[in-house]
Design a protein around this ligand. Structure first.
Ligand code: ARG
Length: 461
């Protein structure tokens, strides 16, 4: 079939070659952005007198008809028209005749595709920020219920010191807060218009780039036409921000998986976020959390892939850049899906407070308490550490915990130990006393929760 760019060609490519080069199978996701960009461009061509007002209106009306069909899913795309831009131009030609050819005046697919991607990503980033907020809301809601729920805090995945479960959850709130900030800041670099850069060098037509930018809702325009068509930094940045968010989700996914295991039993996932086994009737698997942990890998892959595509590309547009799309679309889908799942999974999970409490009462996570107790009595901390370490060793040999030792046994370790020591050894007391700024002390956690809520409501207004 004759190509829209076919003038200088005497042969057309074989179908499989066409298929290899085509992007329509995936860039049809940009259909609405492409029409939006064309509407702005043709409006500008008319108002700058580059084409007549009448021609502008005919093209515009044709584009609006395509828009309506696109919204209703009525457009049928063809691989022989290569990409979304040529598919739409061909459809317009079929509808309004040769005047359709005037739409591309002073424009190239190079600034056109860049415009589409900017419009698309801007919307997606705003959606990601909203979804991050939803997940933060779930974390806050659970945290509010569990300020005074004690859970073992871990380092090296070994019991370290007891913490408030709310404190643990809120750590993720702040990670997401930074993610949100990063997405928000990236908008500044997405929100600029490449339209009018044309193929690479600008155009001889008296176009008005500021006008199209305004129509499209962009707050700035690219200063350099070659940069405008070659820049994919904003996509790399999006993939990088998405990768970091996925890292955070993956870490929490890992904890959800551990916590819902028979070994921990700290939480139970709602049935709607778990699945069974086809062979083992007893199983309740945390599939969604596992999948999110797994999908993190593909998002990292997309980031690495685009960086590699761009590395070594000479200015300005190169067809390699068509490879920017699938990874970006997939990342949008993966990240938004993961955030939605997480918001629901956190909100609906059952927290087994009783099991958490039992856990903190049957471990050595109060050992630092005892060392601090001795240090408070004037003993150098290093010496206190040594003594408590020996007491722990005694316990291990006896098969008990520090709080199970008698006062006399404790005093064998250090004569300074008195009867008040048992109160010190209580995990709740240990948590309560960590009242340093940002610590797990209940009072601090309440303050932290207040701050978290404030940040969230500020971001919402
Ligand atoms: N499908 C192309 C892409 O996604 C559109 C731009 C094509 N430009 C060109 N000069 N071949 O990058």
């Amino acid at each position: 079939m004759k190509k829209l760019w076919g003038g200088r060609f005497s042969k057309t490519p074989a179908q499989w070659i066409e298929e290899f080069g085509a992007s329509i199978t995936f860039d049809q996701a940009l259909v609405l952005e492409d029409i939006e960009g064309s509407l702005a461009h043709v409006n500008m061509l008319g108002s700058c007198g580059i084409i007549s007002q009448e021609e502008s209106k005919t093209i515009s009306d044709g584009l609006k008809r395509l828009q309506e069909k696109a919204v209703n899913g009525k457009l049928v795309f063809s691989v022989s028209e290569e990409d979304i831009h040529l598919n739409l131009e061909k459809m317009l030609l079929d509808d309004i005749g040769p005047v359709a050819g005037k739409l591309h005046t002073g424009r190239s697919r190079n600034d056109q595709v860049a415009t589409d991607m900017h419009l698309y990503l801007k919307k997606c980033v705003i959606t990601m920020i909203e979804l991050l907020k939803e997940m933060q809301t779930s974390l806050i809601e659970q945290a509010e219920q569990h300020i005074e729920t004690a859970i073992p805090g871990y380092t090296h995945l070994q019991r370290a010191q007891p913490v408030s479960f709310a404190h643990h959850l809120l750590a993720y709130f702040w990670m997401l807060e930074r993610d949100k900030e990063r997405f928000q800041e990236s908008l500044k670099r997405i929100d600029l218009s490449p339209l009018g850069a044309s193929a690479l060098a600008g155009t001889t037509f008296p176009i008005d780039r500021a006008y199209t930018a305004k129509l499209l809702g962009f707050s700035q325009i690219y200063e350099n036409s070659m940069d405008a068509v070659s820049d994919r930094d904003y996509i790399v940045e999006f993939l990088s921000n998405a990768s970091l968010t996925m890292t955070h989700l993956s870490r929490l996914a890992e904890e959800i998986i551990l916590w819902s295991s028979q070994e921990f039993q700290f939480i139970e996932l709602d049935d709607t976020y778990a699945t069974g086994s086809s062979i083992m009737p007893q199983k309740k698997n945390p599939d969604m959390a596992e999948l999110i942990r797994g999908k993190t890998g593909r998002v990292y892959g997309h980031l690495m892939s685009l960086l590699t595509v761009l590395k070594g590309l000479p200015l300005s547009y190169n067809k390699d850049m068509q490879e920017d799309k699938e990874g970006m679309f997939d990342t949008v889908e993966t990240l938004s899906g993961s955030l939605k799942i997480f918001a629901g999974m956190i909100k609906t999970m059952t927290v087994r407070k009783d099991v958490m409490e039992q856990a903190v009462h049957r471990d050595f996570s109060n050992a630092t308490e005892l060392a601090d107790y001795l240090a408070n009595k004037g003993m150098p901390f290093r010496q206190a550490h040594e003594i408590v370490g020996k007491l722990v060793f005694t316990c291990i040999q006896k098969g008990c915990y520090l709080q199970d030792l008698t006062l006399e046994e404790l005093q064998d370790g250090a004569a300074q130990i008195e009867g008040d020591v048992f109160e010190i050894l209580s995990p709740h007391r240990a948590i309560k006393r960590r009242n340093s700024y940002g610590g797990t002390g209940f009072q601090q956690v309440e303050k932290q929760l207040e701050k978290a809520k404030q940040s969230l409501s500020k971001a919402m207004s």
